[in-house]
Design a protein around this ligand. Structure first.
Ligand code: ADP
Length: 270
């Protein structure tokens, strides 16, 4: 089954010009898809359409087989967790444990059942030693891990990451990228990640490149990185390790590329 299916989706804000233009794609259950594109290409608008925060002008969206419409929107949302860009805007509890408990309380989970769930999800994101800490005092990467724990407690089928690493330092980025990979590989959660981070794109299974509200390129990371010039035209860079090894080859410092596309994608590059 497809976790998300978007079919001929078109959208405009307040009857202005279309910003999403006849976009169709399928995200199979358990898969890991990244969406990339320049600022203003329509990435966040698509995420908002998928969770029903915006209504399409035309086209259809199906989530876990159910068509999204006014009646089904709350049901559809119960399948999806979202991690946003700014970790500071997503905390409600005064401790990490309270924060994770908040979503469970909203879902009327009995008090005595909460503690084991909180401990389990905190452990899964490596935050089990911070349950009594104040969320605001954590690092950016730790905050995002707490946000992920809160979402995992709700057992969603799909997690959307909306530029969730863009405010993090390289270490925070890398720790969240590892978390995302783990959720995909071990927990089989469907991942849709909107990102600027080409290192993250390299670890996904499927890439959608948006440009001016349309799908410009789509395929595996290997296929998409092969279109280097088209990506450059959209101000998108291939991963640094791949750029670096190509440069060394071009300047005749080495005969062969230090990293092949395949090694970068499979994170085998030193
Ligand atoms: P991205 O996430 O790729 O940066 P967005 O989905 O935010 O792109 O924006 C797509 C287009 O829609 C842009 O042209 C942007 O200016 C426009 N847009 C975004 N939000 C609004 C809004 N609330 N009202 C009008 N236009 C908007």
């Amino acid at each position: 089954m497809n976790a998300i299916e978007v079919s001929h989706l078109t959208f405009s804000y307040d009857g202005q010009k279309d910003v999403i233009k006849d976009v169709s794609f399928k995200i199979p259950e358990g898969s890991y898809t990244t969406i990339v594109g320049q600022n203003g290409s329509g990435k966040s608008t698509i995420a908002k359409l998928i969770i029903g925060l915006l209504g399409a002008k035309s086209g259809n969206i199906f989530v876990m087989g159910k068509e999204l419409n006014e009646k089904s929107v709350y049901d559809v949302r119960s399948h999806i967790g979202i991690v946003f860009q700014n970790p500071d805007n997503q905390f409600i509890g005064s401790t990490v444990a309270d924060d994770i408990a908040f979503g469970l309380e909203n879902h009327c989970v009995a008090q005595e059942k909460m503690q084991p769930i909180i401990e389990d999800v905190a452990k899964r994101v490596g935050m089990q030693d911070f349950l009594n800490s104040e969320p605001t005092k954590l690092s950016g990467g730790q905050k995002q891990r707490v946000a992920i724990a809160g979402i995992l407690a709700m057992e969603p089928d799909i997690i959307i990451f909306d530029e969730s690493t863009s405010m993090l330092d390289p270490q925070g980025k890398s720790s969240i990228n590892k978390q995302i990979k783990m959720l995909h590989e071990q927990k089989k959660i469907t991942i849709l990640s909107i990102t600027h981070d080409m290192e993250e794109v390299a670890q996904s299974e499927h890439v959608i490149v948006l440009n001016d509200g349309k799908i410009k390129l789509e395929g595996t990371p290997m296929e998409v990185f092969g279109h280097e010039n088209e990506l450059k035209d959209m101000k998108l860079d291939i991963p640094f390790a791949l750029q670096f090894s190509k440069k060394l080859k071009k300047e005749h410092i080495v005969d062969e590329c230090v990293c092949t596309l395949e090694e970068v994608v499979n994170q085998l590059c030193p």
